[in-house]
Design a binder for this molecule. Structure first.
Ligand SMILES: C[S@@+](CC[C@H](N)C(=O)[O-])C[C@H]1O[C@@H](n2cnc3c(N)ncnc32)[C@H](O)[C@@H]1O
Length: 174
């Protein structure tokens, strides 16, 4: 009987811890410019195709989430830099980078993406809600080097014409 009570107590504690951690995760998410939504597999393939990544190029993901775009880029030989403010996602993506053997090529900054140094990028990924798309457009065109490829997921830039569009992914060149 006492073993049963101990097991129940452990299960309840684990469930409570899980609920508390999820609560903190969503509270952080709520206060950021963008909520966490991971890009779907099919769209990742389109993003990687449109990026035309060459070995040793530098890719920046503004709001890198669980790191999935960083990993796909690093697998193409890129040096992939993510900016992410949610500490849970930073931990998860750093852990996955280690597991996948990509930590040499993947760097995740727990830092505000609006402070990212875009000058080092050959390719930039943007995934934005409609309300922030103009801010991203201005940020990228003001700070990235001419020739930088910018791959935008979901909403197109408002004042620039994409070079290509496929599956709701838009390609621009600064
Ligand atoms: C729509 S998700 C995109 C995730 C990833 N890029 C992908 O395509 O799977 C946006 C991410 O931006 C992060 N984020 C929101 N505001 C941020 C900020 N100011 N600085 C850094 N990251 C931010 C969120 O935590 C979230 O993980």
């Amino acid at each position: 009987m006492s073993v049963l009570i101990a097991v129940v107590l452990i299960l309840v504690s684990v469930a409570l811890l899980f609920i508390i951690l999820m609560g903190i995760f969503y509270a952080i998410d709520f206060f950021l410019d963008l909520p966490y939504v991971g890009t779907k597999r099919q769209k990742i393939d389109t993003i990687i195709k449109l990026s035309k990544i060459k070995k040793n190029q530098t890719v920046i993901d503004l709001g890198s989430g669980d790191g999935r775009l960083l990993f796909a880029s690093a697998q193409k030989g890129a040096y992939a830099i993510g900016y992410e403010l949610n500490p849970f996602l930073v931990l998860i993506s750093r852990f996955h980078a280690q597991l996948k053997g990509l930590s040499e090529n993947v760097m995740i900054h727990r830092q505000n993406m609006w402070k990212a140094d875009l000058k080092v990028a050959d390719i930039i990924f943007v995934y934005s809600l409609k309300k922030s798309i103009k801010k991203f457009e201005d940020f990228v065109y003001k700070n990235a080097r001419p020739g930088t490829r910018v791959v935008v997921n979901l909403h197109p830039f408002l004042d620039k014409k994409p070079l290509k569009e496929k599956d709701g992914i838009y390609l621009y060149k600064v």
